[in-house]
Design a protein around this ligand. Structure first.
Ligand code: PLP
Length: 438
């Protein structure tokens, strides 16, 4: 594993570009996981994409299972999205005034989710950072509870590693994050009700909010146990803390109404605040946080909690997001779900035939393949994967023309553009890749 040898041919152009990138950018990339550190080898420089396929600087084509790490629900360069974005850009790219597309995107989000008011920002990180500031400002409390393995962007208070005991405060999860920032965070094991109960018993009056991915997707896909999110919602309410669900990844992806659409909407609970990103930006930097009107009213300019952004609600980005959501019809979600069933079944069959321990888990239309036996219920479970096997599998798939996420901890993202031909390329690649992982 970790070499660039194989059937996909030479990587001279990507290698040369990566060398240049290393000279000017730490690790040669603008977001760490793109660097292939988890799988070895040279990242492919992608020069264009259309539908389900990426083309790299050496002219190789790949069926894309990264999907820009979630946003590309419709596939790449969807003609209607491209046309709308092009027209928007021609009307000017940013005014610093209110615009129609940002209004209509906000209306679309309010229509699809339980949030009553929404504020647009430019990244998922900004969304969770702002939601936490608002939760603290609204409650007058400081402590944040999160789960190990749930990623909410690189917010100081959320880049925290679990403390020594279950209900104890966390340590900084990165140099540069002050202990004081992490020290107001409690990190608990996912799907562990007893840990949540203990943390609220210990710190309840100080807890501003509990934030959780609506279904975890950043340690591989780990759905909440049945009733777990409802339990979290009720526990927060009992202690006067806000319940924040992060749907940056699952929003408008796990279902038309996000993971809430198949969980809270069915069980009858509503988060106090939610965060969104990825699909709602249609491949542009757009994200959002929103929730109860009385909480959102605490936000500037209505209230005292400050939050702002030069490019927030940018007309080109919100046009991309709005056009994407309007095109994300029930048929799109049905197609993504059906394609997912096929890929899951074929991946599992290939890995079983090769004798590779694995486990497939789903949350709505999202899924991932763990390179270990299941079930995987929390980050400790997810950490038990055979990363060497994944690296071999990843490179064999890449050589066969399928670009998986270069990390074993990631969902495989399909799109409406993954047609029969794309699924056939994946099916043809899987058996050899499974043997390479064995
Ligand atoms: N929250 C979740 C659940 C995410 O998956 C991500 C990114 O992967 C973020 C927040 C951060 O979003 P961004 O990368 O846009 O800052």
């Amino acid at each position: 594993a970790g070499t660039d040898a194989g059937g996909a041919g030479g990587q001279a152009a990507s290698r040369a570009l990566f060398e240049r990138a290393l000279a000017v950018t730490p690790g040669g990339v603008n977001s760490p996981v793109r660097a292939f550190n988890g799988v070895g080898g040279t990242p492919r420089f992608i020069t264009s994409a259309a539908g389900a396929r990426l083309t790299d600087a050496d002219g190789h084509e790949y069926v894309d299972l990264i999907g820009s790490w979630g946003p590309m629900l419709l596939g790449h360069a969807h003609p209607e999205v491209v046309a709308a974005v092009t027209a928007a850009a021609a009307r000017g790219t940013s005014y610093g005034t209110p615009t129609v597309p940002e209004l209509e995107l906000a209306e679309e989000i309010v229509a699809r989710t339980p949030v009553e008011r929404v504020r647009l920002v430019s990244s998922g990180t900004e969304a969770t950072m702002s939601a936490i500031r608002l939760a603290r400002g609204f409650t007058g409390r400081d402590v944040v509870v999160k789960f190990a393995g749930c990623y909410h962007g690189h917010v100081d208070a959320l880049l925290a590693s679990a403390g020594s005991g279950l209900a104890t405060f966390a340590h900084s999860g990165s140099p540069g994050v002050p202990e004081s920032a992490a020290g107001e965070t409690v990190v608990l094991p996912y799907n562990d009700r007893d840990a949540v109960t203990a943390a609220f018993a210990e710190h309840g009056p100080r807890i501003a909010c509990l934030i959780t991915e609506a279904a975890a997707g950043n340690m591989g896909v780990v759905p909440p146990d049945p009733g777990f999110n409802r339990f979290l919602s009720e526990t927060c309410a009992a202690h006067g803390a806000l319940f924040v669900t992060d749907e940056v990844m699952t929003g408008f992806r796990a279902s038309a109404r996000g993971y809430w659409g198949i969980d809270g909407a069915v069980e009858g609970w509503t988060p106090d605040l939610m965060t969104f990103g990825k699909v709602m930006g249609g491949g542009f930097p757009a994200a959002a946080f929103g929730g109860r009107a009385d909480i959102m009213a605490r936000l500037s300019p209505d209230g005292p909690v400050y939050q702002a952004g030069t490019l927030s609600g940018n007309p080109v980005a919100t046009t991309a997001g709005l056009t994407t959501l309007r095109l994300a019809t029930p048929e799109v979600y049905e197609h993504v779900a059906k394609a997912g069933e096929i890929v899951k079944q074929e991946a599992s069959a290939a890995l079983s035939a090769a004798g590779v321990p694995h486990h497939v888990q789903s949350a709505g239309t999202m899924f991932s393949v763990f390179f270990r036996e299941g079930p995987v219920r929390d980050f400790d479970d997810a950490s038990g994967q055979d990363l060497t096997a994944y690296a071999a599998f990843f490179h064999a798939m890449l050589d066969a023309g399928v670009h998986l996420p270069p990390s074993a901890y990631e969902a495989w993202f399909l799109s409406a553009a993954h047609d029969d031909a794309a699924l056939e390329t994946i099916a043809a690649a899987l058996p050899g890749a499974a043997r390479a992982a064995a």
